[in-house]
Design a protein around this ligand. Structure first.
Ligand code: SAM
Ligand code: SF4
Length: 473
């Protein structure tokens, strides 16, 4: 890979704003025939160029928009089937030296109760999460000089060290922390993190400058090359994202796609996941209350659908920032991973007085418990919740995972593996109501398997689980 990518600050941004604007201009009011050509190409599941994505986003014809949604539903079903990966965020520290104008953790927010979890407190939080049935966590941190890569690595060890009281401990720890240098990322790689996630917030330089007022995060290029450095340190799976609401959403989607292309060109593989958080109200942030670029529900759904078509094998992550209604629509057109039962401040899961605005990063839109969320995605939408971590534990990450994904691997292996983790959930954690809808879904899934050998393999494993075995894949 490109060794210069170790630096970041010394490199030029690869986001060419002039090019992006000229492509957006060319894509504005596209001919219906062009939109249909792009949709046809997208259905081949080979992805779209940033310009082609802009053509779909700039289309105003509602009938064609519906064709875009249908294509996204088709591509999503074809690659991911009805499997949906679940995770929970775990906030470790809300101390932050940066001043991001949209965030409740902003250093100037004097009303926020600052807290950094101790090893014992992390332990407590993880026990609560495990007892709810979680297997995959996303650890979240503010950026503060007190807390370096060694300290972050130790918090990951603390999480992995908690032994479960029921069926299996946390099996994959992903990280959302400020960009590190290559050495720092190597330390995270060594303690076995799954995905390193970092959102660029806005790809538009001037807007980036306007809302990142102090601290390390003011450096646009340092952040832009974070994924390159993580990959150079050996972290195969990286997650990109943009915070929607700060700037023109079409520009941001193109920024994400150019970022993905550059990563693929330099490191041989693109992002494992893309997130598209929308700004939510946050304590003492006028910007978060009145974001300058709000997308309508229709336009936001289109952003998700177009991302699904543009990067068909990249996981799309939806958080509890969105309300249940929006989440339902977005799942259909492209989302493949969701968080459930989330709480957004350090210590929240073991806090008996949960829901205090003076500690959280932003207000969440979906406050249902994990069990309620699961009942709804299973009962109302027929999705199979999955906590599967088999690929990561068998070393199928990065480029290797992408190659497999393109051969229909997700349908063949991820779905049955996901079903096994769902069975584990039903056996050990689900409420009676959820268990009822879940068992019915499993029965229907087994019946839908045409291959008798695969059906037998799955039913054997399911009955071994009923007899007490766990963690089968
Ligand atoms: N401090 C690290 C950083 O900024 O990269 C990582 C943790 S930060 C808490 C994770 C993400 O939360 C940010 O990248 C940003 O996109 C998102 N975020 C911040 N304020 C938000 C808000 N008001 N609504 C929704 N998401 C927000
Ligand atoms: Fe700190 Fe991250 Fe919030 Fe910015 S977004 S204030 S860096 S926690």
């Amino acid at each position: 890979m490109n060794k210069n990518a170790t630096l970041g600050t010394d490199l030029k941004s690869f986001i060419d704003e002039e090019l992006i604007w000229s492509e957006i201009e060319k894509a504005t009011n596209p001919e219906p025939s062009l939109v249909r050509d792009v949709i046809a190409k997208a259905k081949e599941r080979k992805g779209l160029s940033p310009f082609e994505a802009a053509v779909l986003l700039k289309n105003k014809d509602l009938e064609l928009d519906n064709e875009i949604f249908e294509a996204a539903i088709e591509v999503k079903k074809g690659i991911y089937g009805n499997r949906l990966v679940l995770f929970a965020p775990l906030y470790i520290s809300n101390e932050c030296a940066n001043q991001c104008a949209y965030c409740g953790f902003n250093a100037t927010n004097k009303d926020l109760e600052r807290r950094t979890l101790t090893a014992e407190e992390i332990h407590k939080e993880v026990e609560v999460l495990e007892d709810l049935g979680h297997k995959r966590l996303l650890l979240v941190y503010g950026e503060h000089p007190k807390y370096d890569a060694d300290w972050i690595a130790q918090t990951v060890r603390d999480v992995y060290s908690v032994t479960s009281r029921k069926s299996g401990e946390i099996r994959r720890v992903n990280i959302n922390c400020a960009p590190l240098d290559v050495e720092g990322f190597r330390k995270l790689h060594e303690v076995g993190i799954g995905t390193y996630q970092c959102f660029h917030e806005t790809y538009h330089q001037e807007t980036y400058k306007k809302y990142h007022l102090a601290g390390r995060k003011t450096d646009y290029n340092w952040r832009l090359y974070a994924m390159h450095r993580a990959m150079e340190a050996g972290i195969d799976d990286v997650g990109m994202g943009a915070l929607f609401g700060l700037y023109d959403p079409v520009f941001e989607v193109m920024g994400l796609l150019y970022h993905a292309l550059q990563l693929e060109a330099d490191c041989g593989v693109g992002p494992h996941t893309i997130s598209f958080p929308r700004i939510e109200p946050a304590q003492n942030s006028d910007l978060a209350l009145n974001p300058p670029f709000l997308s309508s529900p229709h336009d936001f759904k289109k952003i998700v659908a177009v991302l699904r078509l543009a990067v068909p094998y990249t996981g799309l992550i939806l958080s509890t920032r969105e309300n249940p209604e929006t989440r339902k629509e977005l799942l259909e057109v492209g989302v493949s991973q969701i968080s459930g039962g989330s709480r957004t401040y350090p210590g929240a899961y073991s806090d008996p007085e949960y829901d205090r605005p003076e500690v959280q990063q932003f207000c969440i839109g979906d406050s249902r418990s994990l069990d309620e969320t699961i009942r709804s995605i299973v009962g109302d939408h027929g999705y199979v919740p999955s906590w599967c971590t088999a690929c990561y534990r068998l070393g199928r990450t990065g480029e290797h995972f992408m190659e497999l994904a393109k051969t229909g691997f997700i349908q063949k292996f991820c779905l049955p593996n996901g079903l096994l983790t769902f069975k584990e959930y039903l056996e050990d954690y689900a409420s009676e109501e959820t268990k009822k809808v879940g068992e019915e879904l499993i029965r229907n899934e087994i019946e839908s398997y045409a291959d008798p050998e695969r059906r037998k393999l799955l039913t054997d494993r399911l009955s071994r689980m009923e007899k007490g075995e766990r963690d089968l894949y």
